[in-house]
Design a protein around this ligand. Structure first.
Ligand code: AMP
Ligand code: ZN
Length: 159
């Protein structure tokens, strides 16, 4: 974060603003979203400021995911919601408003009016050759240590 940028989540973490915390450990904090889609809408964040998915070290991201997985079950029990969205908006183009990486846990109910419409009604099903070509591009980056910033062994695929 630049010295000039102000981050509301860093304020919450440092106790400089009101917050309703529901989980904390040495790395992560989870708190109630101030404008919840439904009651029980939780945000899971790292204590340190990382802007988005591509700034966050992988091990810290894995820890946040682990916390979010655990809280997903707990929030389901606490709210008795039948559904749940786990959402990350990373980058302004993806709808991120607060530039401190966070995972949303959004309890869902039939007819609550919230929607992440997939498949996207504005898109068409591309030709299989285009899907194959994109898969090949991704595989090429995975196999290129100069272009995959943190390469790891590809999972074994059985066909
Ligand atoms: P995003 O668009 O993914 O960046 O989502 C930002 C989320 O942060 C929204 O759901 C906001 O309601 C939530 N939010 C913003 N300010 C606060 C705050 N002070 N305390 C808790 N949640 C907040
Ligand atoms: Zn921050």
């Amino acid at each position: 974060m630049t010295a000039a940028a102000h981050c509301i989540f860093c304020d919450l973490i440092q106790g400089a603003a009101e917050v309703s915390i529901c989980y904390e450990d040495a790395e992560a904090i989870a708190f109630m979203d101030i404008q919840p889609v439904n009651p029980g809408h939780v945000l899971v964040v790292h204590r340190h400021h990382y802007e988005g998915l591509h700034d966050l070290p992988r091990d810290l991201g894995m820890h946040l995911l682990e916390v979010a997985m655990r809280l997903a079950s707990v929030v389901k029990t606490a709210t008795e919601c039948p559904g749940m969205n786990m959402v990350v908006n990373s980058g302004a183009a993806a709808g991120q408003d607060v530039f401190h990486y966070h995972v949303h846990l959004i309890p869902r109910r039939e007819g609550d009016g919230f929607d992440i419409p997939l498949p996207f009604p504005g898109s068409e099903m591309p030709d299989r050759t285009l899907l194959d070509a994109m898969a090949a591009r991704i595989i090429a980056v995975l196999r290129d240590p100069m272009r995959d910033p943190a390469p790891r062994p590809a999972p074994a695929v059985s066909r």
